[in-house]
Design a protein around this ligand. Structure first.
Ligand SMILES: Cc1cc2nc3c(=O)[nH]c(=O)nc-3n(C[C@H](O)[C@H](O)[C@H](O)COP(=O)(O)OP(=O)(O)OC[C@H]3O[C@@H](n4cnc5c(N)ncnc54)[C@H](O)[C@@H]3O)c2cc1C
Ligand code: FES
Length: 283
């Protein structure tokens, strides 16, 4: 695997350009940065509000795109911080620290990539396909229903699955069921081409993607969304149980999601204890 070198994180001010709904549950936030390092897909930024709205802890968001000093995110309103972000208007300011974290690694050999995104897990896999995708790489995106799909972001390189088929536009196709099942349906077990899976979304989706990859003997990388305090390794508030793959004693340790991740090899995660998290319905 090739892990591309990443830029050092910078703290900058972001001036809101647009903050608009792109589906029933997803909002795209575009902001102009005063300082803007490039990013690698899978990396994230810590975002905070300013003035009276400032939060004690910044909130982590995957980077969707950076172009001409414009940083774009995609978020869902789940609590206090994202509710306040929803109120932002053009010319409002935010503080941004990034890019942070370990991005997806690309196979050294030409291995087709299967990108799997569920809900707010779309940005890192969307960014990878946009930046590095080749013709035989395919994106799969899972949403609650047709209204929840950001159709304008998803071109014909994306296959869509929905939990419920209501509000799927007549001119677009969506399969009803879970996104890893759509991958299993589209890529037959008789297709012996090896692939690399890159996935981001709720924990059950990641676990299902990791199980599928293991059954097919495909390598798999997952991007995790832990609660974070600092975003750069200082508070140890974002631990992920990982198995020490080099140790024959089956030992495990707590890694940090912000520094050791958020992208991890799926086989390094101790899914039996990680799957017990009680906040696995974030999408
Ligand atoms: C590396 C990384 C990338 C992320 N990328 C995105 C993204 O692109 N778009 C997006 O919408 N969200 C993303 N998240 C999740 C996002 O950080 C949280 O939704 C956000 O912090 C919630 O803030 P809040 O103040 O609105 O909610 P809070 O008031 O802090 O919490 C509201 C509810 O959301 C739950 N929650 C909060 N944070 C998380 C979390 N990290 N994982 C699971 N549940 C959580 C809480 O348990 C609680 O039930 C990412 C998280 C990480 C770690
Ligand atoms: S968020 Fe502070 S150590 Fe990861």
């Amino acid at each position: 695997m090739i892990t591309r070198p990443t830029n050092a994180a910078m703290r900058s001010t972001g001036r809101v350009l647009a903050n608009e709904q792109v589906s029933s549950g997803l909002i795209r936030l575009d902001m102009q940065l005063d300082l803007c390092p490039g990013f690698e897909p899978g990396q994230f930024a810590m975002i905070n509000l300013t003035g009276a709205m400032e939060l004690v802890f910044s909130r982590p968001f995957s980077i969707l795109a950076v172009q001409d000093r414009v940083l774009s995110l995609l978020y869902r309103v789940v609590g206090r911080g994202t509710r306040a972000m929803q109120q932002l208007r053009p010319d409002d300011n935010l503080t941004v620290l990034g890019p942070l974290g370990r991005p997806f690694s690309t196979p050294a050999e030409k291995l087709p990539v299967v990108l799997i995104g569920g809900g707010v897990g779309l940005p890192p896999v969307w960014a990878w396909l946009k930046q590095y995708g080749r013709p035989d790489d395919i994106g799969f995106f899972g949403a609650r229903d047709g209204a929840d799909v950001p159709w304008d972001l998803l071109d014909d390189r994306w296959r869509i699955s929905v939990d419920n088929h209501r509000q799927v536009p007549a001119d677009r196709a969506a399969w009803q069921g879970l996104v890893p099942d759509l991958v299993a349906k589209e890529i037959s077990p008789d297709d012996h081409q090896s692939r690399l899976v890159m996935a981001c979304g709720p924990i059950p989706l990641l676990k299902a993607a990791a199980d599928l990859a293991r059954d097919r003997h495909w390598p798999c990388q997952v991007s995790l969304e832990e609660h974070m305090g600092c975003g750069y390794g200082a508070c140890k508030g974002c631990v992920v149980p990982v198995i020490d793959l080099n140790n024959t004693q089956d030992s495990w340790r707590n890694a940090t999601c912000c520094q050791d991740g958020p992208v991890f090899s799926a086989e390094s995660i101790d899914w039996s204890s990680y799957s017990r998290h009680d906040f696995d319905v974030i999408d």
